[in-house]
Design a protein around this ligand. Structure first.
Ligand code: KE4
Length: 429
């Protein structure tokens, strides 16, 4: 007897109308088996599915819901903005306010351009770097994901990796050939590449904290060396902060690691759950964007007033509360608790965390790059995922995704989560 009959019926219908029944591949549960549930509503740290099950949510719509779902101030801001019109395609005050606020939070952002997704932001940043330098070649790192623009779907992480399609069909070889891919955290490989072709590189795009193959951290000195090499060779350093921006602190990962990129891309939190992306950085580069400069970039809904209102309300709430202190505390509590539970059951787990982002790899070796991440026992992860779901905890449906905490996750949520993990590991032992 299914406990989710309404979700099952909806998924059967979705399969008739939508490829794979989902509007983004990772939602399809292909990495963990079974089928996705459908959400009826969400509030705070909880989501309720269409069959009435309430779950503690650690996906948080893949990062944006840093204040938890349906935060009153965000809802109020969006409702108030909507009453004045949903879109104008004409400059509106909110886009100026949000751009100014982002500049206050992130040193080194002289100018900012809004778009509608992280993909758009990263795609535009690559085009801008190519236009600014006159060079075609770019470098990314395996396991890192920067959205689904052709140039960046080369050994992508996230969904593409989980679906076992390191390169996507439909990306012309003529496009992919301009994208070089190195292992992350390998300084020797970086030195060799820059020695060989550094002056031909338009850009390096990097997640300063790769979180699309689970979550791993830069080794001490690695990002600093990357910054030095890109500066020496006139290569634009693009920090992809779509996931880490405004989550790992006011200045995101670049603030935590003291790295000053030339360009940064943002998404997720900056939109407070509505569709927003952004790229920003040095005016010398940003002013190459149309209508000032020769690099074209555009969007009907860019700077949309509803999305701007949600983003402004979110950042203002983070600023008004001790959000980052709370997020750090909750992350540390979850980490220590999960490590204790894993030890109790003699299960090798690498629980890797920074701030309110985390990933539990089922492997006995620390994870510093994609090759390490691939040693995780994905079959066991799938069983753990479903065990946790059965105990009311929703983790990302893939080993190669990060989990997130919000300011709405209570001590009781954390206790329940650790209890669920204890019971799940006991059942799987
Ligand atoms: P979007 O186009 O999905 O808004 O952003 C693309 C993107 C760019 N850069 C980074 C570092 C990202 O993490 C993402 C998107 N993240 C995935 C989750 N790993 C989105 C989830 C999905 O694809 O459904």
């Amino acid at each position: 007897m299914s406990i989710r009959p309404r979700s099952e019926a909806l998924f059967a219908e979705a399969l008739r109308h939508i490829p794979g029944g989902v509007n983004s591949p990772v939602r399809a549960f292909r990495a963990v088996g079974g089928q996705p549930f459908f959400v009826h509503s969400a509030r705070g740290s909880r989501i309720t599915d269409v069959d009435g099950h309430e779950l503690i949510d650690y996906v948080l719509t893949w990062g944006p819901a840093i204040l938890g779902h349906a935060h009153p101030r965000v809802i109020e801001a969006v409702q108030s903005a909507a009453a004045r019109g949903t879109s104008f395609g004409i400059p509106n005050p909110a886009e100026v306010e949000l751009a100014a606020l982002v500049k206050q939070w992130v040193p080194g952002i002289d100018k900012l351009r809004f778009c509608n997704s992280g993909t758009e932001a990263c795609m535009s940043a690559i085009r801008l770097a190519r236009g600014f330098t006159g060079r075609d070649r770019i470098l990314k790192f395996d396991g890192c994901y920067h959205g689904h623009a052709d140039a960046l779907l080369v050994k992508a992480g996230s969904g593409a990796l989980t679906l076992g399609q390191p390169d996507s069909a439909g990306v012309p070889a003529d496009v992919a050939k301009h994208t070089l891919v190195l292992p992350f955290n390998d300084v020797d490989a970086l030195e060799a590449l820059f020695a060989q072709q550094g002056t031909e590189l338009a850009a390096v795009i990097v997640e300063l904290v790769p979180a699309n193959a689970g979550l791993y951290l830069p080794r001490p000195g690695y990002l600093e060396r990357l910054r030095e090499l890109t500066r020496q060779h006139g290569t634009v350093l693009i920090a992809d902060e779509v996931m880490t921006g405004f989550r790992l602190g006011r200045a995101g990962a670049q603030g935590r690691f003291g790295i000053q990129p030339d360009l940064s891309t943002f998404g997720k939190v900056i939109g407070g759950g509505l569709p927003v992306g952004a790229l920003g950085g040095r005016a010398e580069i940003m002013d190459y964007l149309a209508p000032l400069g020769p690099v074209y970039q555009a969007g009907t809904l860019s700077g949309n007033p509803l999305a701007m209102a949600a983003g402004l309300a979110t950042l203002r709430e983070l600023e008004a509360t001790d959000a980052f202190t709370r997020l750090e505390w909750a992350g540390a509590r979850l980490e220590s608790g999960m490590n204790e539970v894993a030890r109790r059951h003699g299960r090798p787990v690498q629980f890797q965390r920074i701030g309110s982002m985390f990933c539990a790899y089922f492997t006995d070796r620390p994870v510093w790059n994609l090759a390490d991440a691939m040693t995780s026992d994905r079959a066991f992860f799938a069983r753990f995922f479903h065990g946790m779901l059965a105990h009311g905890v929703y983790l990302a449906p893939s080993q190669f995704e990060a989990g997130f905490l919000s300011t709405a996750h209570s001590d009781d949520d954390l206790d329940r989560t650790l209890e669920a993990a204890d019971r799940t590991l006991a059942q799987l032992s």
